[in-house]
Design a protein around this ligand. Structure first.
Ligand code: SF4
Length: 215
């Protein structure tokens, strides 16, 4: 089985386990996903969803974020950690979307990463979930699991993204990464992967290596 065949097998197996591939962050407008993703750095999605439920009621437009009192915004996002930096970049991001992109969240990687606080991971999430464009979101689950599976030997997010783009079909990338999040939480856990019940063990480098070592 070559690398692409292996990647396809993994995609199809994950699809069986998680037919629905959904973003775990709650949002109803493109800019809300951008803000929720910014808040999710070093914070759980569950906590972000609790915070944004109130946040998006208090600030109901990009303009309201752009003109927010910074101290008040800091207080509103405090439970997500790094609240000063996050509040500042959310405000600046809102201002730039209004001034440079007519109030529309941009739809290209280049423009997205020009926004304050937005890196490739966030940009890929927007491209995939909002605009349905090819995207690979290299979060912690993606990097750990694809490394174990042997789809990449890298741990640098951009290098992992490039490795995965070479083997995962373009139209599958975004869903593939969402499924990895669920798979990482439930089966291929960071500390103790549940290899004994994992249906990917047959194509998993980490599992095969461990099996070899035990012989
Ligand atoms: Fe993760 Fe183990 Fe499954 Fe490999 S076999 S993908 S390490 S749970």
């Amino acid at each position: 089985m070559n690398e692409k065949e292996k990647a396809l097998k993994i995609c199809s197996e994950l699809k069986k386990i998680y037919p629905a591939a959904e973003c775990t962050l709650s949002y109803s407008k493109p800019y809300e996903l951008l803000i929720a993703t910014r808040l999710s750095a070093q914070c759980t999605d569950a906590r972000v969803n609790i915070v944004t439920k109130e946040l998006f009621k208090k600030y109901t437009s990009l303009e309201s974020f752009a003109s927010a009192d910074e101290k008040e915004l800091e207080d509103a996002v405090r439970p997500c950690g790094f609240y000063r930096t996050k509040a500042k970049s959310i405000k600046e991001m809102a201002k730039k979307i209004i001034s440079d992109f007519d109030g529309e969240v941009p739809d290209t990687m280049e423009k997205l990463i020009s926004l304050p606080g937005v890196g490739r991971k966030t940009a890929n999430l927007i491209l995939g979930d909002v605009y349905g464009k090819p995207a690979i979101v290299t979060d912690t689950h993606c990097i750990r699991i694809t490394g174990r599976l042997g789809l990449t030997e890298n741990s640098d997010p951009y290098k992992v993204e490039k490795d995965l783009r070479a083997v995962i079909p373009e139209n599958e990338g975004s869903d593939f990464c969402h499924r990895l999040v669920s798979f990482g939480r439930e089966i291929c856990k960071a500390r103790k992967p549940l290899c004994d019940i994992c249906t990917l063990s047959e194509v998993c480098s980490y599992y095969q290596k461990n099996a070899e070592n035990q012989k």
